[in-house]
Design a protein around this ligand. Structure first.
Ligand code: RTP
Ligand code: MG
Length: 140
């Protein structure tokens, strides 16, 4: 199977608790390769654009507050079936529903402060990667 790329964010609740390395270890153990990574502070505009699909949802404003509340680590992950594989290792959105061994089960604080983001489709992965990274920043 061909290599696939997905976009990942280590969210502010996780950077605040110094969990970047532990989360990266879980991603790598799952067979995902971190082919681009940078620590940034999202602007309000970044958050509103990035989560634009959720703009009519009741949690949209809180979500944008949360995503801009501290540093995030944005990443490109590469591997076979990387999009699905990352969603598996992340676990369910709500940590109360997340399977044993997943990142959200182990580290998430609640349904909003849930430690990681991962693209949910090939189309969204391409859009999200291009929003945060230029081609020369990604080294496969
Ligand atoms: P993500 O996009 O961050 O990878 O998470 P996801 O696909 O598992 O969840 P999604 O439905 O896309 O929601 C995006 C993010 O919004 C926050 N959220 N808060 N308060 C709430 O009920 C609620 N629901 C979702 C979470 O941070 C979720 O990851
Ligand atoms: Mg989502």
């Amino acid at each position: 199977m061909a290599l696939e790329r997905t976009f990942s964010i280590i969210k502010p609740d996780a950077t605040r608790r110094n969990l970047t390395g532990k989360i990266n270890a879980k991603l790598e153990a799952a067979g995902l390769r971190i082919v681009a990574q940078k620590r940034i502070r999202m602007t309000r505009e970044n958050a509103e654009t990035f989560y634009g699909v959720h703009k009519e949802r009741p949690f949209f404003n809180d979500l944008c507050d949360f995503m801009t509340s501290g540093p995030v680590v944005v990443q490109v992950l590469e591997g076979e079936n990387a999009i699905m594989k990352n969603r598996e290792v992340m676990g369910a959105t709500n940590p109360a529903d997340a399977a044993e061994g997943t990142i959200r089960k182990e580290f998430a604080e609640n349904i909003e402060a849930n430690s990681v983001h991962g693209s949910d489709s090939q189309a969204n992965a391409a859009i999200e990667i291009a929003y945060f990274f230029s081609g020369s920043e990604i080294v496969g």
